[in-house]
Design a protein around this ligand. Structure first.
Ligand code: GDP
Ligand code: IMO
Ligand code: MG
Length: 421
């Protein structure tokens, strides 16, 4: 038996999961996405080319790898088929290397409209959703109304689609929201036809057989632990379990069959959409992180909110996920700051705490520790010992606070700009 390793984000998403999965893939035969959907945007850079994946696992560019869209994922056939077209236009042939779980749920055109109508109705209290229909699709899944990929090949697909659509139209009539789904619906059915050529699999059986046969599987998370529906900054979260536990339910792998859990974090913090962010910066430092780090959403293009690293939050998500190895991304972006800060506690109306509290809001003030910065260009360095001393002190402080080693350090977006320890 070969245990399955997991890669996931420890902050509010966009930590660099796409890059890390691409870097780790040569060590695996199978890469499987376990939750989320096209709200994700995972970027990869290599050989001077850039790609953004939304539904397809980030192992797709490494030859011989099997890529599985797991049961925990929600699939929009329009976006998936566009992704396939783009990759195939660039020379790939995905027919044999991409498999889709029959139990993955479908995002209907009306799910997208419901998402938009719900956000519009919330006004200022909106979540800042990517508006891909994620929340409504997961609501239908847990409400036991959903349509699944396996239903595409059942005889009653159109009838079931229409029944669910009618239900959605009934709900939408309660909103003051105008829409027209004709065009998207047309594309949706075209997308359904296009994805039929992929094998729809009983992914839980397939994945467990791989595990039995000593074939290495890497589970790829989407979003980040602070967007988890249970433990994130609710209600400003996504609608799935983004934690390592989500890899169990999103692929049908028992906890005892998980191995290494890699937790990815940026050397600072970012967030897109609404919701609390204690270390957010509204000054020139924040602007600099956004500019140097090119912090604009890979899915929506929205500017990301930026701030210092938050160890209160990081320690919380290390705990929730049972992280065994940390991976620090975008270290190069901090180069040139005289001082770098990390939050080690919060001052709250209920007193100071180093433990991530139930209520995190505008009254949650970070307590910072200030550390010496570094000015050397670190993006060409590949050996940990060659890194500036103050940078290594930063790394080692985070390790000692989290109690977990940082095994990979990323110093640039490219595959090659990576330091293995
Ligand atoms: P994901 O959603 O976790 O896969 O992350 P995204 O792809 O949405 O956002 C991460 C962004 O940072 C992408 O544009 C990456 O190309 C870029 N990136 C990843 N690692 C590094 C790094 O070490 N340095 C810099 N400067 N950029 C990086
Ligand atoms: P990756 O996988 C960053 C955020 C949205 C919004 C909230 C809910 O690229 O890291 P949703 O569309 O799920 O209803 O949005 O979650 N969000 C992400 N933020 N990276 C992501 O994915 C995200 N997926 C959702 O901005 O605040
Ligand atoms: Mg992203």
């Amino acid at each position: 038996m070969k245990k399955t390793d997991v890669v996931l984000g420890l902050q509010w998403g966009d930590e660099g999961k796409g890059k890390v999965v691409d870097v780790l893939t040569p060590g695996y035969k199978v890469i499987a996405r376990f939750q989320g959907g096209p709200n994700a945007g995972h970027s990869l850079h290599f050989n001077g080319e850039s790609y953004v994946l939304h539904t397809i696992p980030s192992g797709i560019f490494r030859e011989g790898t099997v890529n599985i869209i797991g049961n925990g994922v929600v699939v929009d056939p329009v976006i998936l088929s566009q992704e396939v077209d783009e990759l195939e236009a660039a020379g790939a042939n995905l027919t044999d290397c991409l498999k889709i779980s029959k139990k993955a749920h479908l995002i209907l055109p009306t799910h997208r409209i419901l998402d938009a109508a719900s956000e519009a109705a919330k006004g200022k209290a909106k979540i800042g959703s990517t508006l891909k229909g994620i929340g409504p699709a997961y609501m239908d899944k847990t409400g036991r109304n959903g349509l699944r990929v396996g239903d595409i090949i059942s005889g009653e697909f159109i009838e079931r689609y229409n029944r669910l659509k009618e239900k959605h139209l009934g709900i939408l009539s309660q909103y003051d929201y105008r829409f027209d789904i004709t065009q998207y619906e047309e594309q949706w059915f075209e997308g359904i036809e296009k994805i039929r050529r992929f094998e729809f699999i009983d992914s839980e059986h397939v994945v467990n057989k791989f595990i039995d046969d000593d074939i290495s599987v890497l589970a790829e998370g989407a979003q980040g632990a602070l967007l988890d529906v249970d433990f994130g900054t609710y209600p400003f979260v996504t609608s799935s379990n983004t934690l390592s536990a989500g890899a169990c339910t999103g692929l049908g792998i028992a906890p005892s069959r998980l191995g290494e859990v890699y937790g990815i974090f940026k050397a600072y913090c970012t967030r897109v959409g609404s919701g609390p962010f204690p270390t957010e910066l509204f000054d020139a430092d924040g602007e600099r992180l956004r500019e140097v780090g090119r912090e604009f959403g890979a899915t929506t293009g929205r500017p990301r909110r930026c701030g210092w690293l938050d160890l209160v939050a990081l320690k919380y998500t290390v705990m929730l996920n049972g992280i065994t190895s940390l991976i620090m991304m975008k270290s190069d972006v901090l180069t040139g700051f005289d001082k770098v800060k990390v939050a080690v506690a919060y001052n709250t109306p209920h007193g100071a705490t180093a433990r991530f509290p139930y209520e995190v809001d505008e009254n949650t003030e970070p307590v910072y520790m200030e550390m010496e910065g570094w000015s050397e260009d670190i993006s060409k360095i590949r050996n940990y010992e060659r890194l500036p001393e103050s940078f290594r002190r930063y790394v080692e402080f985070i390790e000692s606070e989290c109690g977990v080693p940082i095994r990979i350090i990323s110093v640039g977006p490219d595959r090659e700009e990576t330091i293995m320890r």
